[in-house]
Design a protein around this ligand. Structure first.
Ligand SMILES: Nc1ncnc2c1ncn2[C@@H]1O[C@H](COP(=O)(O)OP(=O)(O)O)[C@@H](O)[C@H]1O
Ligand SMILES: [Mg+2]
Length: 492
């Protein structure tokens, strides 16, 4: 048996367009019902009050015509002048639907409009002199609908009498009926219009969202070059579209970088493998062409190249995953530089100058040694005769440790200074020297330095060669070794 959806869930499932239209219509409907109900009530009261006010004016007009003589004599026997005046007053409103009686203290009706001639008093109210009593009631004998009885207390020659004016509410009631009919027609029309307008308006506002959705749906993993349409205006939808396009651009750029990396890596891996294979083939076909020693040396060289390359690729892969610089401790840069200078002196004929002030940073000693090794390898390869290594502190407490590796070689042209840190970038003239580098050394330096929260740049050495400068943050002294976590590796 299917579970009955809860009303709440059904409301959510209805979607924003339906919900907006329903909410706007219901809200407006409540307002219209309350507002028009109140309006009609106020209108009815003021119409009824107007009827009653005219009733009391009429009663007062009639009182002006009544004399004591008329009261004493009764209907048939008054003098002509008084009779006429009274008839005029009483009869004047016949055509307006008002019925008038003049009633004596003893309930004898001394004058009356034609339509109520011969009837007894139309009201039992006996207000005091000059006061008015009003009633609303049914008078089926006289006609349908609501009737308004106004009774005015009066006196002539010390005799009490009352003037009764009976009015029909017809005109007030027909006005009310008209007003009610207008409301009854206009309100639903208004509600329908508002529901439709809300539906259309919300639908139109959602259209760009749907367009964005459709575009994103069409953007597959294979082609990230699509962009979603950005609607006019600066609303949330436009910002969403802009943000989404920015994200697509980043994804596309990183996808392109990944593909290029894989292509470059395969390319670099292919040449040592091809060399090994060719050597093996030659060796098998013409065993006499090279000595076993030569063959072994070639295999060793090429496999060393492969090993280096694979190791470098591994470092970069770890950098891309943000898994560099995981082992941390205090590292004395001046000691690293001392050891590296000793190595250079032992393995090269270069003049090696060292200017190392004590500088302790927090990081992975092996990785920082790798940074220094990659830089000195480059310097040694490009130098004409001298290499200079330096360490100094910059900016005092909590400042930076600066590590510099300079040589007297050709230097790095200003236009290439950003590019040399990219993966697989070897400058043209360097390629020709067959130095065997793969263009990953500086890319690895950049990743490792970034993983330690530092920066690296290339500059002109005072002697004209290249000067690579690495800045690493120095943890504030006294802080525990593991407290200062530098920002995670920023991928380049
Ligand atoms: N000390 C230097 N002097 C001049 N050019 C340099 C120096 N260091 C690096 N470069 C240039 O930067 C390029 C990239 O260096 P690197 O990433 O270490 O790759 P590789 O050493 O494998 O060529 C080198 O090919 C070279 O052209
Ligand atoms: Mg190198």
């Amino acid at each position: 048996m299917p579970a009955r959806p809860s009303p709440r869930r059904a409301w959510r499932a209805a979607g924003v367009q339906v919900r907006s239209a329903v909410a706007a219509t219901v809200l407006l409907g409540l307002l219209v019902v309350a507002g028009s109900g109140l309006g009609l009530l106020v209108l009815r009261d003021s119409l009824y009050e107007a009827v009653e006010a005219s009733g009391s004016v009429q009663a007062r007009l009639v009182r002006l015509s009544v004399t004591g003589e008329l009261l004493r004599a009764g209907p048939e026997r008054t003098d002509d002048d008084a009779r006429e005046a009274l008839d005029r007053a009483v009869g004047a409103d016949d055509d307006r639907g008002s019925l008038v009686q003049v009633v004596r203290q003893d309930d004898v009706v001394v004058a009356a409009s034609r339509d109520v001639a011969g009837l007894g008093p139309l009201s039992d109210a006996r207000p005091r002199v000059a006061e008015v009593a009003q009633e609303r009631r049914e008078e089926p004998a006289l006609g349908p609908g609501r009737w308004f009885a106004t009774t005015l207390g009066a006196a002539a020659d010390d005799e009490y009498y009352r003037v009764v004016v009976l009015q029909r509410g017809t005109s007030a009631e027909s006005t009310l009926r008209t007003a009610t009919a207008i409301v009854a027609v206009a309100a639903p029309a208004l509600l329908v219009a508002v529901a439709a307008a809300t539906w259309v308006f919300v639908g139109r506002s959602l259209r760009p969202v749907e367009a964005i959705r459709r575009t994103v749906e069409g953007i597959g993993a294979g082609h990230l070059d699509g962009r979603v349409p950005v609607p006019d205006g600066r609303d949330a939808v436009a910002r969403l579209a802009e943000t989404m396009n920015a994200m697509l651009a980043r994804l596309e750029a990183s996808q392109r970088a990944q593909r290029r990396f894989v292509a470059d890596a395969s390319h670099e891996l292919r040449s040592p493998v091809a060399t090994l294979r060719a050597a093996a083939e030659v060796w098998a076909d013409h065993p006499g062409t090279s000595s076993p020693e030569e063959f072994a040396a070639l295999v060793e060289d090429e496999s060393a190249r492969l090993e280096h390359l694979v190791a470098d690729l591994l470092v970069l892969a770890r950098a891309d995953e943000g898994r560099l610089a995981s082992v941390r401790g205090d590292v004395d840069l001046d000691e690293l530089v001392g050891a590296e200078a000793a190595r250079l002196r032992a393995t090269t004929a270069l003049a090696v100058r060292v200017a190392a002030a004590p500088a302790r940073v927090h990081g992975d000693a092996a990785q920082l040694a790798r940074v220094l090794r990659n830089l000195t390898d480059n310097a040694a390869r490009h130098a004409r005769g001298a290499v200079a290594l330096g360490v100094r502190a910059e900016g005092g407490q909590g400042g930076m440790a600066v590590l510099e590796v300079a040589d007297d070689g050709p230097g790095v042209p200003a236009a290439e200074r950003a590019r040399v840190f990219d993966r697989f970038v070897r400058l043209e003239e360097a390629r020709g020297r067959g130095s065997g580098g793969t263009g990953l050394g500086l890319a690895i330096v950049a990743e490792l330095v970034a993983a330690h929260g530092g920066t690296v740049e290339v500059d002109d050495a005072p002697g004209g060669g290249a000067l690579f400068r690495v800045r690493l943050p120095v943890p504030p002294t006294g802080s525990p070794a593991d407290a200062a976590q530098p920002p995670s590796a920023a991928s380049r």
